[in-house]
Design a protein around this ligand. Structure first.
Ligand SMILES: C[S@@+](CC[C@H](N)C(=O)[O-])C[C@H]1O[C@@H](n2cnc3c(N)ncnc32)[C@H](O)[C@@H]1O
Length: 239
């Protein structure tokens, strides 16, 4: 499978729609909670300041958006967007429980309904490998961020240590679809997670795609657990 081949947006929407109610539970069990640590690292590298406007795209059930809001401590504004309504419904239900002010809106990350330079920070976690055109999505994220602001991308990659690669492959091919399927009733969604992550560009290869947008002047990555996941920190050109 060509990892950058066009994903069918309708099937992606349907897939997340079906698992939306079980998404958080499956995520926490299958990642042993580690995704919270990765997301907290993303926030630490966002350069966010009190009063900032933050956009979290492909927000899903809003995990990262709520973490940003907590860090802003009552100042600024957080907007979460996704193109799957059932995922957004779960996020909106969570705003009631958390007394949160995060606003959740329907939007495709490849065509964001915002003006240029509206946000100080924009993020996308575990969403970019699902989009039809990685470069276009990164360009949109860069467009809506202010000059000097940051785009943060968290995404799966491939471990570079052979031992970890072997263990991770066993886990993601044999365990993940079974346990994910058992929790959500949709093993296919967790087979897709494995297949879509296995060959998705990571590290410098991903930064080469980001560079083609011409929107970022500084770019770097941080590798988690030998490359199971990567955080990309893209700084918007000051112009
Ligand atoms: C694996 S979930 C990640 C959710 C959340 N960001 C997290 O870290 O838990 C991927 C999300 O990306 C969304 N998504 C995929 N393609 C999208 C697109 N083109 N525009 C907006 N959202 C998209 C899906 O609807 C889904 O909610």
């Amino acid at each position: 499978m060509d990892p950058l081949a066009a994903q069918n947006p309708k099937s992606i929407q349907d897939m997340f729609g079906v698992i939306s109610k079980k998404y958080d539970l499956a995520n926490s069990i299958l990642s042993f909670g580690i995704h919270h640590l990765w997301k907290n690292t993303l926030i630490r590298h966002s350069g966010l300041k009190k009063g900032d406007r933050i956009l979290d795209c492909a927000t899903g059930t809003g995990d990262l958006a709520f973490l940003f809001e907590k860090r802003l401590a009552g100042s600024g504004e957080v907007v979460g967007t996704d193109f799957c309504e059932p995922m957004l419904d779960v996020a909106r239900e969570k705003t009631q429980v958390k007394s949160s002010q995060v606003s959740f809106r329907h939007a495709d990350v490849m065509n964001l309904p915002f003006q240029d330079h509206e946000f100080n920070v924009a993020s996308i976690s575990f969403g970019i490998r699902n989009v039809q055109d990685t470069q276009k999505a990164l360009s949109e994220l860069g467009r809506v961020v202010k000059r000097g602001g940051r785009v943060l991308v968290l995404e799966f990659g491939q471990p570079h240590s052979a031992v970890i690669q072997w263990g991770y492959e066993f886990y993601s091919k044999k365990i993940l679809p079974r346990v994910g399927g058992w929790i959500s009733g949709q093993p296919k969604a967790y087979e897709y997670l494995q297949s879509s992550s296995a060959a998705y560009p990571c590290g410098d290869e991903f930064l080469a795609i980001a560079a083609k947008t011409g929107r970022f002047e500084k770019m770097r990555w941080i590798r988690f657990q030998s490359g199971i996941a990567y955080l990309y920190i893209l700084e918007r050109a000051g112009e």
